[in-house]
Design a protein. Structure first.
Length: 226
């Protein structure tokens, strides 16, 4: 089916980032027809969102949509938080949106080596690169101008923010968050559910479930949200 005519279901919504997502959908896959499905009982504020004239966008709040026909439909996550993404995924999985329904949204200015292995649900923004033999898990967000080195493993639901540099053979655990401008040196491991603060330089492994930042990056406290 022509993607320009095909409806893309956006699951959940972060309105302040909605233009970023829908523009990526159009630029990467030609999608212009969107149905945005809320997972909350009341509508969210759309402050910061400005639709483009060529888009057809419908908003559906929790309890106002039928899900009998969702099983074969294309979709993407509308939330970017590493803790929000699995919650929204599980909510809509019960309605028929499984992992094979999720499209990869890859900006045309991004570069991906031919030997990279991608799971579904990737959102890769402009001027980012992923080098050879890297593995990218499900539901990953890689923001603009991020550089991912060779033989990196990126777990499920990871968020890599703008301007990050990840050297070779790094391991990013599930639901980890890498802040803007972070540099992670070769061979280092970031544990699951850990947050690396903006501008940090990671020179040693970071354990699971912590918040760490600095140059060199140090553990500051437990990540209670995890």
């Amino acid at each position: 089916m022509d993607k320009i005519k095909e409806r893309l279901y956006v699951l959940g919504a972060a309105p302040i980032l909605l233009n970023v997502l829908l523009e990526l959908c159009e630029e990467s896959g030609g999608f212009t027809n969107f149905q945005i499905l809320g997972n909350l009982p009341e509508p969210v504020s759309l402050k910061g969102y400005q639709p483009l004239p060529e888009w057809a966008v419908q908003f559906k709040d929790k309890g106002t949509y039928e899900h009998d026909l969702f099983g074969k439909s294309s979709c993407c996550l509308g939330v970017v938080g590493a803790y929000s993404k699995p919650l929204v995924y599980e909510y809509f999985r019960a309605m028929g949106f499984d992992r094979e329904n999720y499209v990869n949204l890859i900006h045309p200015t991004a570069y991906i080596s031919r030997s990279v292995k991608l799971e579904n649900g990737l959102q890769l923004e402009s001027n980012s690169t992923i080098a050879a033999r890297t593995q990218v898990g499900f539901g990953v967000n890689i923001k603009r101008q991020a550089s991912i080195g060779h033989h990196v493993r990126i777990g499920d639901y990871v968020t890599v923010n703008p301007g990050v540099t990840i050297c070779g053979e790094v391991d990013l655990g599930d639901q980890s968050i890498i802040g803007p401008g972070v540099t992670i040196l070769c061979g280092k491991k970031i544990g699951a559910n850990s947050v690396i603060g903006a501008g940090s330089v990671v020179t040693k492994d970071i354990p699971e479930g912590v918040i760490a930042y600095g140059n060199p990056c140090k553990v500051i406290r437990d990540n209670i949200q995890s």
